[in-house]
Design a protein around this ligand. Structure first.
Ligand code: GLU
Length: 428
């Protein structure tokens, strides 16, 4: 790595400031939108299985709720910081706005490593989190969802605690619930599929058949796995997948020139996304260092893990063949790379557009929960594909019309919508 300590919140503000200047946004709106409206920092005491008590630091941050209740995931991560959650809450506002769903932006986090917690300890952590913050959450206030290292079971424990405290049934209070317990069919795969719907729409625009392309993917968690599945289903070839290995505390890149078999890799991964390297070797995969995913001679790079992965320090490792970076993670590229990407003529499909499929499906989940009537999977996927393609087209057309970098075009559309809402409300 470069040794530069990238601060996600400063990055989110820098990206915002660039777009706000192009937009000539007035200073009041700029001041309001470049920081969160509300922040909650709290501790969650958890009784551990051995009888001791551990105290976890936790956050819920609401960036903006002018267009609707705050919306966004809760992450469990050992390196969580207030600034990461601030940035992610801000990106949620733009994400909901760019796909034009009536929700604002929020994010939560707990500093913890769920690998080291038993299921019972995780349940107590989820319930403890809700006990500390339930007054600030609710279907019309702020609606959490799964994120890095949280899943539908965590969401249901949180919902159950909320309903126990408040004494009612509020399925719209949280999304990403298990199917049959208020969850939507198709939610699990929605973020990954959404990434590929955007990629496919772009490839169609530039008349490049998807089955003529190859890709390298960083990550093999929920987003990466389903992006890889949809991409291969449409005919693309995934040459490499990089993924964290919990027992070795490092990442590896699994490479197969003839194309990775995603079902096969999924069958040998654990619930946190670590692929079993011995089994992969037996199945004929090459095992390379984790950072090598970026060096692959492919058409498309899909960073689908964490923030700050594509930096100027690793940028020279990108093959001259790469023509598209499709950002599936939140904030995977640092702003000092944007000019390098432009110089190299690489098309960048920005994060909060590409990965908006998850929250779009969360919105569908809320709609279905409110009606208490659930759609079949095809209907969910069709609606999702339509929303993602529509959002992409608006970004692409603005970028073409005004000769803008697609990240700036996406920001301009999103900021305009939020700015319009705060003005209509009379906040500025
Ligand atoms: N955690 C997902 C994201 O970052 C989904 C958020 C949601 O569904 O509210 O977009």
């Amino acid at each position: 790595m470069s040794g530069i300590n990238y601060n996600p919140f400063e990055i989110a503000q820098e990206q915002f400031d660039k777009a706000a200047s192009i937009l000539e946004l007035d200073s009041g709106t700029r001041e309001l939108l470049r920081q969160p409206m509300r922040e909650f920092h709290f501790t969650v005491p958890v009784k551990m299985d051995d009888g001791s008590t551990k105290v976890f630091k936790a956050f819920r941050i609401q960036h903006n709720d002018a267009r609707g209740p705050a919306k966004g995931g809760i992450r469990f991560h050992p390196h969580e910081t207030a600034d990461t959650v601030r940035a992610l809450s801000m990106w949620m506002t733009w994400k909901c706005a760019v796909v034009d769903i009536p929700l604002g932006g929020g994010k939560g986090g707990v500093i913890c490593d769920p690998h080291n917690l038993s299921a019972a300890e995780q349940e107590r952590l989820c319930r403890g989190y809700i006990r500390q913050i339930y007054k600030q959450l609710g279907p019309n206030l702020d609606v959490p969802a799964p994120d890095v290292m949280t899943n539908s079971q965590h969401m249901l424990w949180m919902l159950d605690e909320y309903e126990t405290i408040t004494g009612g049934r509020y399925p719209g209070m949280i999304t990403g619930k298990p199917v049959g317990m208020g969850g939507s069919l198709g939610r699990t795969e929605a973020t990954g599929y959404g990434v590929i719907y955007v990629l496919k729409a772009f490839l169609d625009q530039i008349n490049q058949p998807i089955d003529s392309t190859t890709a390298s993917i960083q990550g093999f968690g929920n987003v990466a796995e389903y992006a890889a599945r949809k991409y291969t289903e449409l005919g693309g070839r995934v040459i490499a997948v990089s993924c964290w290995n919990q027992s070795d505390a490092r990442a590896y890149t699994f490479r197969k020139e003839t194309g990775c078999d995603i079902d096969q890799l999924a069958a040998i991964k654990d619930s946190f996304g670590s692929i079993d390297k011995e089994k992969a070797l037996e199945l004929g995969y090459e095992l390379l260092p984790g950072d090598d995913w970026i060096k692959q001679d492919v058409d498309i790079l899909i960073p689908a893990a964490l923030e700050n992965q594509i930096t100027p320090a690793v940028f020279p490792n990108i093959s001259s063949r790469v023509s598209i970076i499709c950002e599936a993670a939140n904030g995977p590229t640092t702003p000092d790379c944007d000019s390098l990407i432009l110089q190299k003529g690489i098309a960048l499909l920005p994060d909060f557009l590409c990965n908006a499929g998850g929250v779009t499906c969360s919105y569908f989940e809320q709609v279905q929960s409110n009606m208490n009537y659930f759609w079949d999977k095809d209907e969910v996927h069709q609606k999702l594909e339509r929303s993602m393609k529509k959002a992409f087209r608006a970004v692409y057309e603005l970028a073409e019309e005004k000769n803008l970098y697609m990240r700036n075009a996406a920001y301009i559309i999103a900021i305009n919508r939020v700015a319009h809402a705060v003005r209509l409300r009379g906040w500025v």
